[in-house]
Design a protein around this ligand. Structure first.
Ligand code: AMP
Ligand code: MG
Length: 421
């Protein structure tokens, strides 16, 4: 389906030909990318946050035996009096990690600890706090339910069932789950190798003095942070001058050693033409205009054997386009099947001016009000060079192509930064 937005014209906006929507651009990218091959086997601790390469089938029941969830007494429920007291004889004790050899007979009970296997004959555990003890004579009251305080064998994981599915990002809970199966190692997808550099004659590296008109290269640091959190293997190629030979060498070097090459700056109209010229020589790359703010220009394609993303130069635009296009691509490369950034609804604390025709990613601050509702306010000035907005903000306020101006109190969709990575 062609969703170039010129197919949905309106007199009330500033839509132009050959401009892609955010969704359409993301779809085009994801349609082309396939998961990386070559899984590796790792000790489970090293596999935290990595993507599982194959299903994990449980080789055992967890728990392996039906056991007590409480310290108390294992009984036959039929021995208890439904509406009065009854006294049973305690014939033994079973601790966690032990097994009770005999059977609990009629009129008998067994003292049992949390996690200890339920003795044969017993079907119910009564909490210690609910009984009166007098030597071996244990007196029970009314109201104990059949089967209570018992964990069934295999109730966490049944032998032969899929404990974890391929494509899952391993969480702390998953490491525990793998350990509970006795599994010390696991197969995970290899990490994507990502090479990145900044372009622009005005950029200075940290430690160098700034001359008139120069800025420090901050994009490589935000990119480093976002890529590191995304679990990529990083190669930082520094700042590259707007010079064809330097650019060619950097692109060649980057593409030779990486699955993904990312640059920032140098792809918007008005930049020195070298980037486009060199990209044309080395690969097949599309230059897109995207109906979004910030982040309008985006370059995507193939550079030798690597995927290439040419992000805009403005510091906020780099982050917005990374989260909307590069991060989903990295998840696809890593084989993660279920990734969806978290979205939620919140109410605006202030009116928002916006015009239809493009997606806007307004930086917002999300909080729970005294009324218990989730409210969002903007971080203030929204220029694409104001990186502080990403630092003080904790979410994007998502305004889609159709959205017009909003009143205070209106409901909007937000994307918390915490849910992105
Ligand atoms: P460009 O896309 O190259 O036209 O850059 C747009 C704006 O972003 C310009 O103001 C650049 O100075 C700025 N910019 C480009 N790259 C970086 C960078 N790596 N760090 C900080 N600012 C940058
Ligand atoms: Mg530039």
């Amino acid at each position: 389906m062609n969703t170039l937005i010129r197919n949905a014209p309106s007199c009330a906006d500033d839509r132009e030909p050959d401009v892609l929507t955010v969704k359409e651009a993301r779809k085009r990218i994801l349609q082309r990318i396939n998961p990386l091959r070559g899984p590796e086997r790792l000790p489970i601790r090293s596999a935290l946050s990595r993507i599982l390469a194959e299903d994990v089938i449980s080789p055992i029941d967890v728990p392996g035996h039906t056991n007590s969830a409480m310290d108390g007494f294992a009984v036959r429920h039929a021995d208890l009096a439904p509406d009065g007291k009854v006294t049973l004889r305690c014939v033994g004790t079973v601790m966690a990690g032990q097994a009770f050899g005999g059977e609990v007979g009629t009129g008998e009970c067994v003292r049992i600890m949390t996690g200890a296997p339920l003795p044969a004959g017993a079907d119910t555990v009564v909490m210690r706090e609910h009984v009166a003890e007098n030597g071996d004579e244990i007196t029970f009251g009314a109201g104990e339910r059949l089967g209570q305080n018992i964990r069934q064998a295999g109730e966490d994981l049944a032998k032969g069932s899929a404990a974890l599915s391929a494509g899952k990002r391993l969480t702390p809970a998953d490491l525990g789950l793998l350990a509970s199966l006795g599994q010390a190692e696991v197969s995970v997808v290899r990490r994507p190798r990502v090479a990145f550099f900044s372009t622009g004659d005005e950029l200075r590296a940290l430690g160098e003095p700034l001359s008139e008109g120069e800025v420090y290269d901050s994009n490589r640091y935000t990119l480093f942070g976002m890529l590191a959190r995304a679990g990529a293997e990083l190669r930082d190629l520094g700042v590259v001058r707007d010079d064809p030979d330097a650019l060619r060498a950097a692109f060649e070097d980057a593409a030779a050693h990486a699955d993904v090459v990312i640059t920032s700056g140098g792809v918007s109209v008005g930049d020195a033409d070298y980037t486009k010229q060199v990209l044309g020589e080395l690969g097949e790359v599309d230059f897109w205009k995207i109906a979004m703010k910030p982040g309008r220009p985006l370059t995507f394609g193939r550079l030798r054997d690597a995927w290439f993303f040419g992000l805009p130069g403005n510091p906020v635009a780099v982050m917005v386009t990374f989260y909307q296009f590069v991060l989903p691509a990295l998840h696809r490369l890593a084989g993660e099947t279920e990734w969806q950034p978290l979205r939620m609804r919140a109410r605006l604390r202030e009116p928002l001016r916006t015009r239809p025709g493009r997606s806007e990613f307004v930086r917002g601050i999300l909080e729970q009000g005294a009324d218990g509702e989730i409210w969002v306010s903007t971080t203030g000035a929204q220029g694409s060079g104001i990186l502080r907005s990403m630092s003080t903000g904790n979410c994007f306020i998502l305004l889609d192509e159709e959205q017009g101006p909003l009143e205070a109190g209106a409901e909007v969709t937000v994307q918390p930064f915490a849910g992105l990575i």
